[in-house]
Design a protein around this ligand. Structure first.
Ligand code: SF4
Length: 129
């Protein structure tokens, strides 16, 4: 049986281990390059369904800044990132917003919530309050 080779860069921590995997009949027969066990879990998940935390911005109204930075509270399937981004493009929030506020629950049925990652105060007469 042919051996299939795959390469991954682990995104679990900033070290970013380069991991080489050999597969036979879709089963992992060797894995090299991970500095800890999380790398093996990462590869296993990548082979099943790649997952990512989404970080992006949402438009704001009546706030000091035009865009609010947000992220998902847990990884979502990588294949859904574009669809979720499109959904967020249609949203405009009103200030104020507090950091860690849940902006949207269960975004696009992923089970993940969208959280604000900074405070956003109202803007009044040219000043944020
Ligand atoms: S394998 Fe371990 S040490 Fe390497 S990037 Fe992943 S989590 Fe970090």
């Amino acid at each position: 049986m042919d051996i299939e080779k795959k390469h991954f860069t682990c995104v679990i921590c900033p070290i970013g281990c380069e991991i080489d995997v050999e597969l036979q009949d879709s089963n992992v027969v060797s894995i090299e390059g991970s500095k800890c066990a999380k790398g093996k879990e990462f590869v296993s998940q990548e082979l099943k369904e790649p997952m990512r935390i989404l970080t992006t911005t949402i438009r704001m109204k009546g706030a000091k800044w035009a865009m609010l930075p947000v992220r998902t509270d847990k990884p979502i399937p990588k294949r859904l990132l574009f669809m979720v981004m499109k959904e967020l493009q249609n949203i405009e929030l009103k200030a104020p917003v507090q950091m860690s506020d849940v902006i949207i629950r269960d975004i696009a049925g992923t089970g993940a919530n969208i959280l604000a990652t900074r405070n956003m105060k109202k803007e009044r007469e040219g000043k944020s309050v």
